[in-house]
Write a protein that binds this ligand. Sequence first.
Ligand SMILES: O=P(O)(O)OC[C@H](O)CO
Length: 413
Amino acid sequence: MSLSRNTRRLVGQGLLSVFVAQLTAVATLMGADRLRRLLRGRKVPDLPPAEPVSHPISDGSVATTYTYGEVLFDDMLAAIEGAKHRILLETYIIKGDAVGQRFKQALIDAAYRGVDVYVIYDQFANLVVKRSFLTFPSAVNVLVYPVISSWKFLSPRHLGRDHRKILVVDDHVAYVGGYNIGSAYATEWRDTHLRIEGPAVWDLDNAFVDFWNTHPRRDTPMLDQMPSAGWRPAIRAHRNVPRQLMYPIRGMYLEAIDRAHESIDITAAYFIPDRDILSALLDARRRGVRVRIIVPKISNHVVTDWLSRGFYGRLLRAGVEIHRYGDHMVHAKTATIDGEWTTIGTANIDRLSLLGNYEINLEILDPGLARGMQEVFADDCARCEQLTLEEWMARPALARIYEAILRPLGPLL
Ligand SMILES: O=P(O)(O)OC[C@H](O)CO
C-alpha cells in the first residue's frame, strides 16, 4: 500500500523537524559546555596520586592495577627504556605534549639502540595533533590506522576506529586499559590500566601482531607471533575485530551480568547501554543483585552525557545506584562482579565500542584482583555524589526535553 503524497510530505516534514531539533540541541549543549570550560579556566587540580597494586593470579601471572596516570606512564617508559628486543605500542590517542614527547623520544632511543619498535596509532583520533610530532624516523616502524581504511568505508568492517591502548615489551610484560597518552591523562583524568606478566602477555602481543599483519604496508615488515601460552589462562583477552565482524566484548559483559548473584560494579566513561545490556542490568536488580555504576558527572563529551542521562530514570527506578564522579573526568572502562570476575580494557559501554571499534578487554577470574578492584571502586565512590531518584525526578522540564530530543541518537554512539 503506497502512502498518499500528503502523508509522505507530513512524514518528511516531521523527520526534518526532529533533525533540526536535534541539531539545535547538540549545538546549544556544545556551546554551553564551551562557555562552562572558559569560565572554569583551563587548569583542573591534580587528582591525589595512587600507587599501583600487584595481585598474584592463579596461573602464575602477576596483574598490577594502575589508577594514576603519572605513575603508569613512568612505569611504561621505564619498560620501554629497558627493552632489549621488541616494543609494540598501540594507542588511540598520543598527544604532542610533554608526556607524548617523552614516549616519542623513548621509542626513538630504543629503535636507535637496536630494539625493534612498532607503533600503531589511530589517525582520526589524532587529527588535532601536529603532523610534525607524529612523524617518526624510519628506524621506528609506524602503522597509522587511517581515517578511511578502505574504499568500502561505509561497511561495518571498515567503519570502526582503532581504539585500543596496548604496550608489550620483549614479549614479557604488557599493559592495557583506558589510558591514552597525554599530559592531562597523567594527573587530571581518573582511569585504570593493567600491567601483566605471565601467560596473558601472549593475548596482547598476539592482538597487536594480528592487527599489524592484517594492515600490511609496503615499507614495514610482517611480525612474528610469539608462541602460544596454552589453554588454561586465568586471564583472557576478548578482542573486537570489526574486519572479521567479531565483537565478543559485548557478549562477555552480557554473560557476566547474567551470572551475577551479589554485586555488579561498573565504571564507565561513556555509558550508553544498548537494549540488551540495559535489560541484563535490570534483570540483575530483579534478582536482588546490587548494581552500582560510576559515571563522570560531566565528561569531555557533553552530548554523550546527555544521551547517558536518558537511561538514568529507568535505572534509578529499578534500584540501580548511579554515582557521579566529582570534578574530574573518569575515563576507566572496568567492571567487577560478585568479587570474582573483573574486566579491564579499552571498550566503553556504547555502540561505538561494543559494535564498532577495534577494542580489547581482559577478563580476569581472580578473587584477589576483584577485591582490589572493589577497593578502587569504593575509593572512587567516596569522590562521587550518588544521584537519588527524587533528585532525578526533580530535574527541570527543559532537561527532559533535551533527553527526549537526543534519545534517537543513542544507537549511533
Ligand atoms: O575514546 P576514549 O574512551 O579513549 O576517550 C577519548 C577521549 O574521549 C578523547 O576525546
